[in-house]
Design a protein around this ligand. Sequence first.
Ligand code: SF4
Ligand code: SF4
Length: 133
Amino acid sequence: MKAPPSHGSPGNRNVDLDPDRFYVCQRCTACCKWPGDVRIEEDEIARIAGFLNLTEVAFMERYTRLRGNRQGLSLIEKANHECIMLEGNSCLIHPVKPEQCRGFPNKWNFPGWRQVCEAVPIPMAEATDRGLV
Ligand code: SF4
Ligand code: SF4
């Protein structure tokens, strides 16, 4: 999932979290189409490269670039700003997608995120029962 600068990032502090609600992703793919970095942390490189049957070097050369702040790697985006890993409505690396993607909108978000995300709220207790948390 992509985090445009105007929407903040997993590192921001301006999040709107409700401890009693969990938002279930509807895979609308909006967050895979926003311009901006999809952060890849160092410990995620080997896992994603392995999933794609690539060496770490080949994965980094083919699919990553420096982040806007030049302090780490991001997935490349296509000319239309979609993430390079988005194919149709599917994420090519879904089982090993980056924490940034896993965390939105329940671990990080930004003011106004409900206007651009179709995730459906359910009680946190139900999310826990269903193993979603
Ligand atoms: S890695 Fe997958 S989930 Fe994350 S932005 Fe790219 S397509 Fe979306
Ligand atoms: S429902 Fe929200 S979290 Fe899920 S793909 Fe759409 S924008 Fe992303």
